[in-house]
Design a protein around this ligand. Structure first.
Ligand SMILES: Nc1ncnc2c1ncn2[C@@H]1O[C@H](COP(=O)(O)OP(=O)(O)OP(=O)(O)O)[C@@H](O)[C@H]1O
Ligand SMILES: [Mg+2]
Length: 263
C-alpha cells in the first residue's frame, strides 16, 4: 500500500495577478512516493501553482506546507534547509548558458559551500551518469547540446542534492516523441530507484499516462478532478472531455481499460 504521509499540502489557495483570478480555492495533498501530474490549459495556472509550492510566488490567500514547513511563512533557516530536499526542472529549461554541463550540475553542490572539490566532481559525474550523459559531454556548453540532452542535464542538476521531492514543469516540451519517451522512462526508473515524490506539470498526455499515480486537473480556477487517470477521465467536466477526446487523448489512454474510457 502506498505511504500516506503527506509531503505537500496546498490549502485553499487563491491567486490573482491584478484583476485576473488564477486560483480560487485550490486544495491538493501530495503523498510520499507518488507521482502527481498537474494538467490544465495554457494559462490555467499550473506553473504558478508549482512556484507557490516552491515558495517563489506568494498566494493572495491560503497556505502551502512542504515536509510540514509553511513555505510562505516559515523560518528562513528552515526554508533554506527545505530547499535542499527538493529538486526542480523549470519549464524554460533554465541551464545557465555561460556554464558548462559540469558547472551547471555542480552549482547546487557548490552553493552548500561545505563539499570538497573532489567530492563535488565525483557527485557531478555520478549524476550525469545517472541521467545517461557521458563524461565527454561534461565540458560542453548548453548551446552545444540537443534538446533531450539539455533536459537530462537539467534533471541531473535537480538531483544533485539527492532530493526526496522532484518538481518537473513540462519536462518533455520541445522533445520529439522518441526523446520524450526516453526521458519519461528515465524519470520512471529514477523515481523507483531513488524513492522520489514527483510533482509534474505537463501538457503531454503520453507522459501523464506513463508516469502518474494521480492526476490533478486545473480548470476554472480550481482542481476540478484529482485521482487516478481512469478516475479523472470519468469526471464530468468539459475541459476533461476535450482533453481526452482528441486523438492524442485516445492514444494516451491506450493503457486504460476500454470500459473506463469516455466515448
Ligand atoms: N508574474 C506574473 N504577473 C502577471 N501575470 C502572471 C504572472 N505569472 C503568471 N501570470 C498569469 O497567470 C496565468 C497563469 O500562468 P501560468 O504560467 O501559471 O500558466 P500555465 O498553466 O503554467 O500555462 P502554460 O501551460 O502556458 O505554461 C496566466 O494568465 C499568466 O499570464
Ligand atoms: Mg506553465
Amino acid at each position: 500500500m502506498r505511504d500516506r504521509t503527506a509531503v505537500i499540502e496546498v490549502r485553499n489557495l487563491h491567486t490573482r495577478f491584478g484583476r485576473a483570478v488564477v486560483h480560487a480555492g485550490v486544495n491538493l495533498v501530495v503523498y510520499r512516493d507518488e507521482v502527481v501530474s498537474i494538467v490544465g490549459g495554457s494559462g490555467s495556472g499550473k506553473t504558478t501553482l508549482m512556484r507557490q509550492m516552491l515558495g517563489l510566488d506568494r498566494p493572495a490567500r491560503g497556505s502551502v506546507t512542504v515536509f510540514g514547513c509553511d513555505v510562505h511563512r516559515g523560518d528562513p533557516r528552515e526554508l533554506a534547509r527545505l530547499r535542499t530536499r527538493w529538486g526542480v526542472v523549470f519549464q524554460e529549461g533554465a541551464l545557465f548558458s555561460a556554464l558548462s554541463v559540469f558547472d551547471n550540475v555542480a552549482l547546487p553542490l557548490r552553493e552548500l559551500r561545505i563539499l570538497p572539490k573532489d567530492l563535488v566532481r565525483d557527485i557531478v559525474m555520478l549524476k550525469l551518469e545517472m541521467v545517461g550523459i557521458e563524461a565527454r559531454h561534461a565540458s560542453k556548453l548548453p548551446a552545444e547540446l540537443s534538446g533531450g540532452m539539455s533536459k537530462r542535464v537539467g534533471l541531473a542538476r535537480a538531483l544533485a542534492l539527492d532530493p526526496e521531492l522532484l518538481f518537473l514543469d513540462e519536462p518533455t516540451a520541445g522533445l520529439d516523441p522518441a526523446r520524450s519517451e526516453n526521458f519519461v522512462s528515465l524519470v520512471g526508473t529514477l523515481r523507483q530507484e531513488l524513492a522520489l515524490t514527483v510533482v509534474m506539470v505537463t501538457h503531454d498526455l503520453d507522459t501523464v499516462a506513463a508516469l502518474s499515480d494521480r492526476v490533478a486537473v486545473l480548470a476554472d480556477h480550481h482542481l476540478v478532478a484529482i485521482g487516478t487517470l481512469p478516475e479523472v477521465i470519468r469526471a464530468d467536466h468539459p475541459f476533461i472531455e476535450s482533453l481526452f477526446r482528441g486523438e492524442r487523448g485516445r492514444r494516451a489512454l491506450g493503457a486504460v481499460p476500454p470500459e473506463l474510457q469516455v466515448s
